[in-house]
Design a protein. Structure first.
Length: 299
């Protein structure tokens, strides 16, 4: 696709069976749900997809399934974060051949490189693929944060480095700074952090957000209201969703999958990643929060 990426482009979670194997049917169902719920693109397997727990074969299979299920209706951005440029390039080339519309990656995240090493990493990615690249700027300890000056330089000097996903703190301010430093060489900056700063990001010029996929419909409704100039409606929906966003700061993926299972979109809430346990008290609070959020959802 040639359209500018804009809107809510969720990270599709990876559903597992109770035996911890990839649930391919549920992954297809999630693709259908996110598109019907108003997603303007699909992203993964990234942090919210538990990419670090997937084998190389599973990451390739994940990309094949999502690209095929999306069937060109929205762009699919394949996340290829790896410990070195060599496997990242190999996965990026595989994703491009499979039909992915773009690539996203953090720099090496285990044995970290310096700022020049980050530049070299994206230089190799840009030389290897013809689809747009989104640079994921994520906070440590998971990510390798990059300066706004470096992000701007890469947008100007590396063909194909067109988008930034900004997730360093303070994120909305970083959105403004990155846009100012990159200028017209950057096609857009997208926010992350589960959309918790979406209103501020939008005002500062963000072209979208990449949250989890569990409440895509609610996030898309907020974005659509912003695009329509209805700030009051956008804020009303956002404030209604905020208790859930706040609780997600504590439990993360465990809540994403609890909601997806509750909505009948996945059969098991199993996570491979180590996540906090939703005990009886947490579940009781979550049910109360859910009752407040449910009216925002399509069904």
């Amino acid at each position: 696709m040639t359209e500018t990426w804009r809107g809510i482009m969720p990270i599709v979670v990876t559903p597992f069976t109770d035996r911890y194997s990839l649930d391919e049917a549920a992954l297809r169902d999630l693709v259908a749900f996110t598109i019907e719920a108003g997603a303007t693109g699909l992203v993964g397997p990234a942090n919210a997809s538990e990419f670090s727990t997937l084998s190389d074969e599973e990451r390739r299979r994940w990309i094949e399934i999502v690209v095929a299920a999306a069937a060109g209706r929205v762009p699919v951005v394949a996340s290829v974060t790896s410990g070195h440029a060599v496997p990242a390039v190999a996965l990026a080339q595989f994703a491009q051949a499979a039909g992915a519309d773009g690539i996203m990656s953090m720099p090496p995240h285990v044995l970290r490189v310096d700022q020049e090493g980050c530049y070299a990493f994206y230089q190799q990615l840009a030389a290897a693929v013809a689809v747009p690249i989104c640079v994921q700027n994520f906070d440590a300890p998971v990510g390798t944060p990059m300066s706004g000056e470096l992000l701007g330089r890469m947008c100007r000097e590396l063909a194909g480095v067109d988008y930034i996903k900004e997730e360093t703190v303070p994120e909305p301010w970083q959105v403004s700074r990155t846009l100012a430093l990159a200028g017209a060489a950057c096609k857009g900056v997208l926010g992350g952090k589960g959309g918790v700063y979406l209103l501020d990001e939008y005002r500062r010029g963000a072209c979208g957000n990449m949250p989890g996929c569990h409440v895509t419909d609610a996030m898309a409704a907020i974005w659509d209201a912003l695009e329509a100039g209805d700030d009051a409606m956008a804020r009303a929906h956002f404030y209604q969703l905020l208790p859930l966003m706040n609780y997600e700061r504590l439990y993360g993926l465990a809540i994403y999958k609890w909601i997806l299972q509750k909505r009948g979109l996945i059969r098991s809430a199993v996570c491979r990643a180590p996540v906090p346990v939703l005990d009886s008290d947490a579940l009781a609070e979550l049910e109360i929060i859910w009752d407040g959020v449910a009216p925002l959802l399509r069904g």
